[in-house]
Design a binder for this molecule. Structure first.
Ligand code: GYE
Length: 331
């Protein structure tokens, strides 16, 4: 689907992978020649980001870059444009550069063992951030910092079960995240288990919108053509839910009234749509992982013991709660 951009992407990944990001250069310059507050001891981190597919991802990248600068960590940043091959290439370039620590958010769950064994052989610790991998070998990474995506899916399903109590038949269409990605797999599973006992709720169609607004819109347009009776959209992130709103409005219907929408993330645009009544419920997924990541990196590089799993605490939002939280929302 995105073949056109692949050649330029690979070039961009290589380029970004080989050069320090602008912000750490600037920090070095401002400190009067020394590379950071830590001088020669500064930690160098290679960070392989998934892409820039959503508002959540943009906030996550900004958090990591700001926290690195604040912590005096030299950040090498690359954007894989949602392609595993690009991410693997970025990881290999970090190994070759002998960075002190590698952190990445794996675009999909499987297929990492070979490159992570290469990092292990090179003695470079790896921190999984945001998304985890599916591998029998948990010595391939030091720790995993991120949300509990199954719990997020459950919260979405539990809200729907309560909201649908007493209703005859509730037809749900599901906009899945990127195929094979941990949050897509887990948010589907959590939702399904929460609605399993509710005989009146049925998922009538489920397809990936790749976590993007345009993907959500396109898939929703197709659902509106093929499904005669849709009551609820369950979107694995805000952006796809916002795309679904566009499709629903273009079809002459009213989101929030004719069709209810449940999403995950709680980024500003999603919270605004929730406060406006277009979305009915959002499960929060916090993208501000930068500070915790830099702290873990510091400990891992120093050879200290760290917990194998660090779970991010999160909440949920109704329309009233979104209106109240919006003025102070950072992302
Ligand atoms: O929910 C979605 C993004 O991995 C938690 O990725 C992250 C997800 C997030 O594209 O918006």
């Amino acid at each position: 689907m995105f073949k056109k951009t692949l050649a330029s992407t690979v070039g961009a990944v290589l380029l970004l992978g080989m050069t320090a990001c602008g912000s750490s250069d600037d920090a070095g310059g401002a400190a009067g020649g020394s590379t950071s507050g830590g001088g020669d001891d500064a930690i160098t981190m290679g960070f392989a980001q998934v892409g820039a597919e959503s508002g959540w991802r943009t906030a996550n990248t900004a958090s990591i870059q700001a926290s690195a600068e604040e912590a005096g960590v030299e950040l090498q940043f690359s954007d894989a444009q949602q392609k595993q091959a690009n991410q693997i290439q970025a990881l290999r370039s970090y190994i070759q550069q002998q960075v002190d620590v590698i952190a990445f958010s794996p675009v999909v769950e499987t297929g990492w063992d070979t490159v992570l064994q290469e990092a292990k052989r090179a003695g470079i610790p790896v921190i999984l951030t945001d998304r985890s991998i599916d591998s029998p070998d948990d010595t391939l990474y030091a720790t995993f910092l991120g949300s509990d995506f199954v719990a997020e899916g459950e919260k979405a399903g539990e809200w729907l079960v309560e909201d649908s109590a007493g209703a005859d038949q509730v037809n749900v269409v599901e906009l899945q995240g990127t195929t094979g990605a941990a949050p897509a797999i887990d948010r589907k599973e959590g939702f399904e288990s929460a609605i399993a006992g509710a005989d009146n709720i049925e998922v009538v169609a489920s397809q990936t919108g790749d976590f993007t607004r345009s993907g959500g819109r396109q898939v929703m347009e197709a659902f509106l053509q093929s499904q005669p009776d849709i009551d609820v959209v369950y979107a694995h992130n805000d952006d796809m839910g916002l795309g679904a709103i566009e499709a629903i409005e273009a079809a002459g219907m009213v989101p929030g009234e004719d069709i209810k929408i449940i999403t995950v993330d709680a980024v500003k645009d999603g919270m605004q749509a929730l406060a406006d009544g277009k979305i009915s419920f959002i499960v929060e997924c916090n993208p501000l992982l930068g500070d915790q990541l830099m702290e873990l990196a510091d400990q891992v590089v120093a050879g200290e013991e760290v917990p194998k799993r660090v779970v991010v605490e999160e909440t949920t939002f109704t329309q009233e709660e979104a209106a109240a939280a919006l003025p102070d929302r950072q992302y």
